[in-house]
Design a protein around this ligand. Structure first.
Ligand code: FES
Length: 253
């Protein structure tokens, strides 16, 4: 005999609110929204914004798990709200909060300036000693060279990994999972020549060595990037470089 599932007509969302011009401390507002099995958390937030309280602030753009802007905590777990079914959090109430680890600007909107600076610190872009002339054509890659870094290029900068990382929460100077994974993305790219420059930043105390191997970053990554694996791989190559430098010191001339 098949079991009949009870589908609720509505679900309660308890939403973190912080409006600095009217309150000195954050509060939670409760909203009752219609339940639709196909709705994601973001659909429920959009319903609140459109029909219940237009003052609610949060970020989103693509609604398809690509832009990385809709990350929030749902019942304490960092998730992409456009890719998490309301149904997965029933029966509710469902608590929605901004990502942990980022100062709150307003409601569910965090200040991501620190992360943007860290991307810049690790030079998360292609570095060439010398660009070849445009008329010489593209920098070609084989499929296996692409495979070397493809996994890390899937990062969408959603910052769920920072929110899940206990080290980042305690030591905000830690470069953090996504920036290290993106540094690896470029280091492993056959067109790049910037690995040494990046290592200068990443070999510091707040770089790769700050990671205590908790692995939560990899658990929450919605794109399967495995930042924890990137950090361990980086540690291995930094250690090998160190021993190589002892055996074969660079000439000072
Ligand atoms: Fe772009 Fe969710 S809205 S990833």
């Amino acid at each position: 005999m098949s079991e009949t599932l009870t589908v609720p007509e509505t679900v309660i969302l308890e939403v973190f609110r912080y409006r600095p011009e009217v309150e000195s401390e954050p509060t939670f507002d409760s909203f009752e929204v219609p339940f639709h099995p196909e709705w994601m958390i973001l659909d429920a937030l959009n319903y609140i914004k459109d029909d219940l309280d237009g003052s609610l602030s949060y970020r989103w753009a693509c609604r398809m798990g690509v832009c990385g802007s809709c990350g929030m905590l749902a019942n304490g777990q960092p998730v992409l709200t456009c890719a998490t079914y309301l149904e997965s959090l029933l029966p509710g109430p469902i608590r929605i909060e901004p990502l942990e680890g980022f100062p709150v600007i307003r409601d569910l909107v965090g200040d991501i300036g620190d992360f943007m600076n860290k991307l810049s610190d690790v030079k998360a872009w292609l570095i060439r000693d010398e660009e070849k002339p445009v008329e010489d054509g593209e920098y070609l890659q084989t499929p296996s060279q692409l495979d070397d870094y493809k996994q890390y290029s899937m990062c969408i900068n959603c910052m769920l990994c920072y929110s899940a990382c206990p080290v980042y929460r305690l030591e905000p100077e830690f470069i953090g999972p996504a920036a290290i994974a993106l540094a690896q993305r470029y280091n492993l790219d056959s067109r790049d020549e910037g690995a040494e420059e990046r290592m200068d930043v990443l070999s510091q105390h707040d770089g790769i060595w700050g990671c205590t191997l908790v692995g939560e970053c990899t658990e929450v990554c919605p794109k399967g990037v495995d930042p924890a694996g990137a950090i361990q791989r980086y540690k291995v190559s930094a250690t090998m470089d160190y021993f190589k430098s002892l055996l074969m010191p660079r000439s000072s001339s």
